[in-house]
Ligand binder design. Structure first.
Ligand SMILES: [Zn+2]
Length: 233
């Protein structure tokens, strides 16, 4: 499938299925998944003492190690650098899962994406789930230890200890305790919703997807919407 949308952004609160949907969609259309945490970890690892931004990196790394939210402008710089590298390497398209996370990030990152193909090359999918559903899902969140992908709780009901895809051991993620989830839901409302509003105000296409359906149901809804952007060539 050849799409007019080269940049696909999934946004939604914790437990809305962003990572899961990105993981389902990417192989279907041959796009690369972009994770800001991965880009940040690479930045921490690869910046050398002789690099001009070394001191800034050390400052941010200390914040990261102490669980303090990083400076949004710095994060956006790292993201834009990593996205530029991906585009230069000739990727077919990029799927963003939970990035940009804040308004200042969006203000730097969205114009960068527009510079590659205009607003028309970007689409935002907003995955909607209620706070209650998010809490419920996160306390049930199961992962495959072997290949670290999420496991559908529905599927896990039939055999809760073995991954149906690759036979890996099924584990529960430790960070998903109710207090952490509450903090992250609050952060989404205060910091990420303004980023979503900014994207919409710029005139970028934004599509609401009900996120409380089954994983496959949500994937089908996303696919139906994406099919509208197919190019014939
Ligand atoms: Zn697995």
């Amino acid at each position: 499938m050849n799409l007019r949308k080269k940049f696909i952004i999934f946004m939604g609160p914790i437990g809305s299925g962003k990572d899961t949907q990105a993981a389902i969609l990417a192989p279907k259309i041959g796009y690369t998944i972009f994770k800001s945490t991965q880009a940040l970890e690479e930045k921490f690892r690869n910046t050398k003492p002789e690099d001009p931004d070394y001191e800034d990196m050390i400052k941010e790394k200390n914040m990261w190690d102490n669980g303090i939210l990083l400076t949004p402008h710095w994060v956006a710089g790292v993201v834009n650098e990593a996205v530029q590298k991906l585009v230069d390497s000739g990727v077919k398209g990029i799927i963003f899962s939970g990035s940009p996370r804040t308004l200042p990030e969006a203000e730097q990152e969205i114009p960068k994406l527009e510079s590659f193909g205009g607003k028309d090359a970007i689409v935002l999918f907003k995955l909607h789930v209620s706070g209650g559903e998010s809490m419920k899902r996160n306390s049930l969140r199961l992962f495959c230890q072997k290949n670290s992908h999420p496991i559908d709780p529905e599927v896990a009901k039939t055999n809760p200890s073995i991954c149906p895809e690759d036979g890996g051991k099924v584990i529960r993620r430790t960070l998903d305790n109710p207090d952490v989830i509450k903090v992250r839901l609050g952060e989404f409302e205060q910091r990420t919703v303004p980023a979503i509003e900014y994207v919409e105000k710029r005139g970028i296409e934004s599509i609401n997807i009900p996120g409380e359906n089954s994983i496959q149901g949500v994937a089908d809804d996303v696919w139906k919407e994406l099919s509208k952007y197919t190019l014939n060539d």
